[in-house]
Design a protein around this ligand. Structure first.
Ligand SMILES: Cc1cc2nc3c(=O)[nH]c(=O)nc-3n(C[C@H](O)[C@H](O)[C@H](O)COP(=O)(O)OP(=O)(O)OC[C@H]3O[C@@H](n4cnc5c(N)ncnc54)[C@H](O)[C@@H]3O)c2cc1C
Length: 454
């Protein structure tokens, strides 16, 4: 169960849209977890392997301190995951096996971590002794933060290099405030600083600081630079004004709210907005455009509309492919599926619409979309004077790929080259993914580094 503030209220402000459960509701919801036979949630569902049945048992018995002690063994950043994780665990919850509602695992996690912060249980954890080893972490997104935290606890001296003005990666600059309040990111960074982790911001490694310079001064370098190169849509008319990458739009708004800019450089106010790409980044553009005062918002996707219930192509306990309506969609947006974009159309240099056509999909017997063909005579133009491209991300900048070990045949970094004391984690290794997976990969990388430095 995820509860949100009323649409009319929330679309007028930038505050978080989701509401927490009360302590009483949390205990009640946690009870549902206790009747489980075989819990698949932590084994298959949660990349961090959070001990979900154990934490929920503790919540159900009113022992929130124990729940926090258990949760913090695997998830060091539960205030992030409990706010924005799609909750893969809920997809594999045993309650969902027969189509019942899964246990509200993410909402319970939020109850645990909110209670922990409120009671002062979240305190800096300092290493018992320093090992004299030094590691540079390049990039301060969730992957870099998770690795930095574990390395520091093990006594390594950690310096995090970040090209943006403040640490946090996409937590800070990509994900909108209405999903994750930035004071939560700032509070965690302050805690990490109190633990002795050094953040060097406004410094792009490979530009302002040479890769070799960093390598020489540290025993190992961990690359956690994400994959911020957006996928382009190189159609006729692409050079018209008013066509932007989704992340540029979102970063501008986040920076304006943070006081780094006087106003969002790309504004949807009064515009007919077309978001191309039906995923989560597109949904964040919808919510942001709504709050900026867009005249109309349409989101198009080339894939077919997912089924209302779990598709047979993703049987339990896998993450279900099914129709998801985000809080941003609920705030007002037209969603179109089976749409292929053909050209940007414009007048006096600015985009005025996108020529599209309908496509028809051939699916596997279980309903997985396999290939599509255009529908004859279905061409039409969608009116739009602001177009946001939200079609994913493609890899790591060429100048860094050329200097670092790369994944074979992929524009991404290889996870480790211990011979060169070079490691990598997060989206720059996996491709665009999720905060929870980045956190898990940061843990993996920290363990590999510690083994290499031992
Ligand atoms: C708009 C948007 C919304 C999303 N919403 C969600 C969500 O709701 N839930 C969810 O689970 N996931 C979400 N994701 C995905 C999630 O944010 C990413 O998977 C996750 O942040 C990846 O973490 P990371 O640490 O690998 O990279 P990032 O978070 O991208 O961090 C990389 C950092 O490295 C820095 N950097 C890059 N190059 C250099 C350099 N050369 N020198 C110094 N610093 C450098 C960057 O500035 C950045 O701060 C979203 C993604 C986007 C784009």
């Amino acid at each position: 169960m995820h509860r949100y503030r009323p649409v009319d209220e929330r679309r007028r402000d930038w505050a978080e849209v989701e509401l927490p459960l009360s302590a009483e509701e949390s205990r009640c919801h946690a009870q549902a977890c206790l009747s489980c036979g075989v819990p698949f949630c932590h084994g298959m569902g949660c990349p961090l392997a959070n001990p979900i049945p154990e934490t929920n048992t503790a919540v159900a018995s009113g022992n929130d301190a124990l729940a926090y002690a258990l949760l913090s063994q695997t998830d060091l950043f539960a205030e992030f995951t409990s706010h924005i994780c799609p909750a893969l665990c809920e997809g594999s919850c045993t309650h969902g096996m027969e189509g019942e509602e899964p246990v509200s695992i993410r909402a319970l996690e939020r109850h645990i971590i909110d209670t922990a912060w409120a009671n002062g249980w979240v305190q800096p954890i300092l290493p018992e002794r320093r090992t004299g080893k030094r590691v540079a972490v390049v990039g301060s997104g969730p992957a870099g933060l998770a690795a930095a935290e574990l390395l520091n606890r093990a006594g390594v001296e950690v310096t995090v290099y970040e090209r943006s003005a403040t640490p946090g990666g996409l937590l800070r600059y990509g994900i909108p405030d209405f999903k994750l309040a930035k004071r939560l990111v700032a509070r965690r960074i302050a805690l990490m600083e109190a633990e002795g982790i050094r953040f060097v911001t406004g410094t792009e490694v490979g530009k302002e600081v040479a890769v070799e310079w960093i390598a020489k001064r540290h025993d190992a370098v961990l690359w956690a630079i994400g994959t911020a190169i957006p996928r382009n849509l190189a159609l006729p008319g692409r050079d018209l004004e008013g066509i932007h990458f989704a992340l540029d739009f979102l970063i501008g708004q986040n920076r304006a709210l943070a006081g780094e800019l006087p106003a969002a450089p790309i504004s949807a106010k009064g515009r007919d907005v077309l978001v191309i790409g039906g995923g989560d980044t597109g949904s964040d553009c919808v919510g942001t455009a709504r709050r900026q005062g867009a005249h109309s918002i349409t989101q198009v996707e080339i894939l077919p509309m997912p089924p209302a219930e779990r598709s047979a192509s993703t049987p339990w306990p896998r993450w279900p492919w099914k129709l998801r309506t985000s809080s941003s969609h609920e705030e007002g947006c037209e969603r179109l599926w089976n749409i292929e974009s053909l050209a940007f159309e414009g007048a006096v240099g600015r985009v005025s619409g996108v020529k599209i056509r309908q496509v028809a999909w051939t699916c596997s017997p279980t309903g997985k979309p396999l290939s599509f063909t255009p529908v004859e005579g279905s061409e039409r133009t969608l009116k739009a004077d602001l177009v946001l491209l939200a079609m994913g991300f493609t890899g790591v900048p060429e100048h860094l790929l050329a200097q670092l070990p790369r994944n074979a045949n992929r524009p991404l970094l290889a996870p480790a080259d211990p011979a060169r004391a070079t490691f990598a984690c997060g989206d720059c290794v996996s491709g665009p993914s999720l905060v929870v997976r980045a956190l898990a990969d940061g843990r993996r990388a920290a363990q590999e580094i510690l083994a290499a430095l031992a």
